[in-house]
Ligand binder design. Structure first.
Ligand code: NAD
Length: 499
């Protein structure tokens, strides 16, 4: 059985805890590797290693740090096929989608090549007589990232690229479900010229997360995962005096106005609702058609498209729309929620529960499911399902429609499909959600903007990637400087003001 250890101090090291988690191939249900779960002592050793390496890295000029990322981008392109295959084998998503996962991380690496510009401070000449004032951004030291299973390439890169570009050393605790790609990324960073000890991957579960949260050297923690754990990491990390940003779950609504181009809206819903088997924090899981006629037209066009979805293992190539769910637990949970939706009275227009993949009977495949007549009280509406299940909630008016995402506890993404500029503008202005799409179903901001949800989808005050990431992973120092002539004026007892 293949064993996956940790990557510490620029080397692969074996786990010493004796505890392992099984890593499955979700398409076959077979255990394909075992990943070590770190002890507190192993985490501490990684942190000490990182702390020793960090000052020399921070002292390199920012252009030199940027050059490591330039090379890293080239290496990602070189190894794209290998990375995508490893990613699909552990996650289950299709190869083109796995490449998308790598590329959306690579784009953040590209953005971070601008670190010399992003780290520039501010300067005021003559802030007082003979006084200049300037502020600079300095790295925090050792920082950490805790990441989810659903984007095992993209989200680790969202975290470590800006942190490392800014001069920090990084501890990555990836998901124990698909740990291979994060390890490969660390190897590539080393090959790109990153000094040993600046990027460490420590595999583990709750014990390793707690070790990060309690560690006195780690200055900042970036987390992405489910809301309950996000809230836990946020409160425990903040209580320990760290800088913490946590991104959680989602329930993203798409409103379809009566004037929307229905073919465009249906295409959008199929991709955004069922791509990656719905295991995306920006997946659309609720469609809200406005008016009975819009709803009837939507269901009529959507149902055959959901029935025609092509499901299969990543090895089937480009001929597959989405693959299996990540684990047996995920499969049981999603199926259980669909059962609950039926029990609670929603109309299951397309039932994917009995889908079986020939030759892959032990894989975690579930077919696309489409619910109509879903209401706010149902569990399938309140819960993040994280599976290929789309719920249609019918609204009589635009006001009723916008009220749904606004009163939902999550606030990651929302979209409106319309030809009316006024409705779109009203929607984007009023909605209490972090990322908004206008005729765009998955409004994931590009690397040079920032990514983050509101309400129970995000805890902390700065977003991921874009300029916010450099604020999060650096702190400001402001210097007030005077070079006197050498004549002493004596002590001043009144606080200096600029009157
Ligand atoms: P998860 O919360 O189970 O795991 C996330 C991380 O937390 C993993 O590294 C895991 O090892 C760790 N963890 C798990 N249980 C823990 C515990 N009890 N104590 C401490 N740490 C623990 O999430 P997941 O299933 O890997 O990912 C899916 C979730 O992530 C979904 O809710 C999805 O919406 C969310 N997500 C959010 C965003 C975003 O930016 N908002 C992006 C991607 C995924």
């Amino acid at each position: 059985m293949k064993k996956i250890g940790h990557f510490i101090g620029g080397k692969h090291v074996e786990g010493t805890s004796g505890r392992f988690a099984d890593v499955y191939n979700p398409a076959t249900g077979e255990v394909q590797a075992q990943v070590a779960l770190a002890t507190r002592a192993e985490m501490r050793a990684a942190v000490e290693n990182a702390a020793a390496a960090q000052p020399a890295w921070a002292a390199q000029n920012p252009q030199k740090r940027a050059r490591v990322l330039m090379k890293f981008v080239d290496l990602l392109h070189r190894d794209m096929d290998k990375l995508a295959e490893a990613l699909s084998r552990e996650h289950g998503k299709t190869i083109p989608d796995a490449k998308g996962d790598v590329i959306r991380g690579l784009e953040v690496a590209e953005f971070c090549i601008g670190v010399p510009h992003l780290m520039k401070g501010e300067f005021t000449e003559g802030a007082g007589p003979g006084i200049d004032m300037y502020s600079m951004r300095q790295p925090l030291g050792v920082v950490a990232g805790i990441t989810p299973f659903n984007f095992p390439a993209m989200i680790p890169m969202w975290k470590f690229c800006p942190a490392i570009a800014a001069g920090n050393a990084f501890i990555l605790k990836p998901s124990e479900r698909d740990p291979s790609v994060p390890m490969m990324l660390a190897e590539l960073m080393l090959e790109a010229g990153l000094p040993a000890g600046i990027l460490n991957v420590v595999n583990g579960d709750k014990d390793s997360v707690d070790a990060i949260l309690d560690d006195e050297t780690i200055q900042a923690v970036g987390f992405v995962g489910s809301t309950a754990i996000a809230q836990y990491v946020y409160s425990r990390g903040c209580a320990a005096g760290k800088r913490v940003q946590c991104f959680g779950g989602a329930k993203n609504h798409m409103i379809i106005m009566p004037d929307a181009d229905m073919d465009q809206a249906v295409d959008a819903l199929i991709g955004a609702g069922y791509g990656a088997a719905g295991e995306r924090c920006m997946a659309i899981s609720v469609a809200v058609p406005v008016g009975e006629d819009t709803a009837n037209r939507l269901i009529e066009k959507l149902a055959p498209r959901v029935e025609a979805l092509k499901i299969g293992p990543y090895t089937a190539g480009n001929d597959v729309d989405f693959g299996p769910l990540v684990t047996k637990d995920a499969y049981t949970r999603v199926k259980g929620l669909v059962d609950k939706g039926v029990e609670q009275g929603a109309k299951l227009v397309v039932d994917g529960r009995n889908f079986k993949m020939q030759g892959y009977e032990n894989g975690y495949f579930i077919g696309g499911c489409l619910f109509d007549n879903v209401t706010k009280e149902m569990d399938i509406y309140k819960t993040e399902i994280f599976g290929p299940v789309l719920s249609v909630v019918r609204a009589k008016t635009y006001e009723e429609a916008i009220d749904l995402p606004m009163s939902h506890e999550y606030g990651n993404g929302a979209a409106i499909f319309t030809r009316d500029g006024d409705a779109a503008r009203d929607f984007s202005t009023r909605i209490n959600i972090g990322m908004v799409g206008i005729n765009v179903p998955i409004p994931v901001p590009l690397a040079y903007h920032t990514f983050g949800g509101w309400k129970k989808s995000g805890f902390g005050d700065l977003n991921q990637h874009g300029p916010d990431a450099f604020k999060f992973y650096t702190r400001t120092k402001t210097v007030t400087s005077r070079w006197p002539s050498g004549i002493k004026n004596g002590a001043e007892f009144v606080i200096p003001t600029m009157r």
